[in-house]
Each structure stands twice: as C-alpha cells, then as structure tokens.
Design a protein around this ligand. Structure first.
Ligand code: ARG
Ligand code: ZN
Ligand code: CA
Length: 249
C-alpha cells in the first residue's frame, strides 16, 4: 500500500480521581503528537546526530480523533490484564476495533506507563492502554493538565502505538537481541534517561545504540525518530495480506 494511512482513534477515559479525567485539550494534544511523530514533522528530529540522519523515516500514518467517552470507576488501578477493555469487568468495550485504534486512558499501576497489543490478536482487546499523566503533551495544553515529567511529551503513546504497529523494542527484549528490523543497530538493553552520543554496546561502534528511537525507553524529550526499516515493517500491515489491512479503505 502506498500513501498515507489515516487511523480513526477511539479514546476511553476511565478515571477514579478528578485529575485522571483529563481534558479534551489534553486528549487532542496526544493526537497532535502522534501526527507529528508519525509524519517526521516533530521539531526535535533536528537533534538526531548526523551519522544517523539517513535512518529517520516518515511512517506515513496519521490519526483522527473519532470519539471520546468517559467513565468514572471505583477502581484505583487496572493492571495489565485487559480488565479496562471490558464493560463486564467495569471497563469500556472496544469500539469498531478492526477499523479504529482504541486507546484506554486509565491508571495501570506498578509504575507502568502504557502497554499495547500486537497485530494478529483478539479484536475485543486490540489497542493500547496509557496512564492519564503520560497522555498528551504539556507544551500543547497551556491551560494545564495532568502530566508527569519526564514523560510529558506524548511519547508513551508514540511508543505503544509502535507496538500496535508491530514494532519490537529496539534491543529485541534480550541482551544484544534482534528487533527484526535491519537498519536499527543491535544494542545490549534498554536505555533510560537521556544518554550521551555515542553509547556503544554489542560491537555497534562507532555510532552505537540508536537510543533516540521511539522504541527505546529514554525520556520523552530524548526520543524522536522511527527508522526506514521500522516504517517498512509497520506499513506491511496495510498490504492486501497484512494483519491491519482492514484499516485501509
Ligand atoms: N511500555 C513502557 C513502560 O510502560 C513505555 C515506555 C515509554 N517511554 C517513554 N519515554 N514515554 O515502561
Ligand atoms: Zn514497549
Ligand atoms: Ca536491528
């Protein structure tokens, strides 16, 4: 499939406290960040070291806010076993999951920012889950909102939607593991914070880890690119035999 794929987004806010009931402006700010990051129009891509500049890719994927619903709950944390995706379990059922990206915004607990379902799974649980204070971008909500530094630039959703689009962690979830993408350097493990360039591991010198990739674990302000190989892997989902072909009109 060639050309931009546009994905309708269904946001389900499930809150216990009032601050978890994030504003429409905060929700819209997340859509703006996704659209920038998935079109390589995010301004911080300029921070990319020159040796990596040929790797940065426009994913040619865009997002539109199709619906928002809100639900109050007595539950204070939801865990990672998909209860928030089921009205029977006190959550909210997925809406049109074969043609929409469902995003549940609720407190997961355990210090977890977000989690995602990979392509090819059960439709009823397809989508991503993000904690309310990690959703959206502080800089785009001048009225204020519920945010937590250094995860306040909307990159948790960029990362989790990357998984939903079949991308693995850049270290391959093993020591010097394989992320199934040829142009991302092999790296030893997750990077946190904001590393200094270069960070050489696994014999990947002189340029080292691509820690500024959205599929690493660095701070929101220090991750700002997908690669050409990642774009090809994700976009294969929209081919006529791809696992997300139903998203193409
Ligand atoms: N699944 C990861 C976690 O919950 C998300 C990491 C997102 N990283 C970020 N800089 N926002 O730990
Ligand atoms: Zn992840
Ligand atoms: Ca790789």
């Amino acid at each position: 499939y060639t050309g931009v794929v546009t994905i309708p987004v269904r946001v389900h806010v499930i809150y216990n406290t009032a601050q978890e009931n994030i504003s429409d402006a905060q929700i819209q700010s997340q859509i703006t960040v996704l659209n920038r990051d998935y079109s390589k129009t995010n301004s911080d891509v300029s921070l990319l070291p020159g040796v990596f500049s040929g790797l940065a890719s426009d994913m040619q994927i865009q997002f539109t806010l199709a619906s928002v619903d809100r639900k109050q709950s007595s539950k204070t944390s939801w865990g990672t076993r998909d209860a928030m995706k089921s009205s029977k379990k006190g959550g909210v059922d997925a809406v049109d999951p074969t043609r929409s990206l469902n995003i549940w915004v609720c407190n997961i607990g355990g210090g977890i920012l977000g989690y995602a379902q990979f392509p090819g799974g059960t439709a009823a649980t397809d989508g991503v889950v993000i904690g309310p204070q990690y959703f959206g971008s502080r800089a785009l909500v001048p009225s204020g909102g519920y945010f937590a530094t250094p995860y306040d630039k909307g990159r948790t959703a960029t990362h989790e939607v990357g998984h939903w689009l079949n991308l693995r962690h850049i270290w391959g979830d093993a020591s010097c593991g394989n992320d199934q993408v040829a142009d991302t350097p092999t790296q030893q493990t997750a990077n946190y914070g904001c590393p200094a360039f270069p960070h050489v591991t696994c014999g990947n010198g002189p340029n080292g880890d691509l820690f500024m990739n959205y599929m690493d674990y660095t701070d929101d302000g220090c991750m700002y690119m997908f690669t050409n190989g990642q774009a090809a892997r994700s976009r294969a989902l929209f081919a006529s035999d791809g696992a997300r072909r139903t998203f193409v009109q």
